[in-house]
Design a protein around this ligand. Sequence first.
Ligand code: NDP
Length: 305
Amino acid sequence: MPRILDGVAIAAAIKQEVAEEVKLLIAQGIRPGLAAVLVGNVAASEIYVRNKVTSCAGLGIFSEQIAPPASVTTEEMLALVAQLNAREEIDGILIQLPLPAQVDTKALLDAVSPAKDVDGFHPINAGRLQANRPALAPCTPAGIIEILKRSGIPISGQHAVVVGRSDIVGKPAAMLLLHQNATVTICHSKTRDLGAITRQADILVAAIGRPGFITPEMVKPGATIIDVGINRLTDRAGFDRFFAGNAKREASFLKRGSTLVGDVDPKAFELAGAYTPVPGGVGPLTIAMLMANTLRAAKMRRGIQ
Ligand code: NDP
């Protein structure tokens, strides 16, 4: 039986550690603070931001949600970021993506002070990560490393194959795995004979954005599979494709009208040595690492080790 890597439990342990450190900082008169900027009314983004703000409250981190209207301009957003960069009580600035089309997302992310860039998206932090210098690393990839380490899964010397090369997940995940001494292969939509490469993976990271894309034929038996994908299935045919006969999933699908599947076909998990489920795998780590990055930013800005 493959081992299920419980992201909920690992995230809870990290949050507990963060809460303890926050308590120590508060005793010294320092309260880490996060500003979450959510533009407009995108339902999924609202849920993400609410979860982030609620998590802060649970850990003793100050948080503030700022909600510019969907019609906001790039200039207005740049002015807001400049204010947040200057505010002493704000250690982390999170700009929830995607932004409306009229806003220049890159200009905005580049305007966030690298010291407050808790998402790790600023080119300076991306460069520091590549150079293996202390940096605020993107939360989801950092969470992948925490899952592997805290689950006792060896990384050094292993062949890690990362499918996906986004700046948010694939590329930084590959870099972090490389720094842990994995031999890393990065694949993408132009990769030829993808299955031949993924079948070599001791650690397979799927960050593609396509439901159940990694099939059993693409997996080496015994591999560790990290499924980053979050895809919502709302139609019956999609549900049956992955979960036919799964009574528990079916009950929740019928109740909610949807269910989540990752970028890995659940049948492929049966071949794995260990895997992260969807939901309850990588997802919870993203918020836990945002909390950890906010604490880290608060300490780094004040020169606290
Ligand atoms: P992007 O769309 O930015 O990147 C997807 C990557 O997958 C691209 O590099 C693309 O290649 C590659 N790809 C697409 N099709 C194929 C294919 N047929 N064969 C091989 N590679 C392919 O997505 P993200 O990286 O932002 O997100 C990936 C997934 O992770 C999504 O499901 C997203 O919802 C999820 N996610 C989950 C998070 C969490 O907290 N668990 C956080 C962030 C994302 P190319 O570059 O050539 O186009």
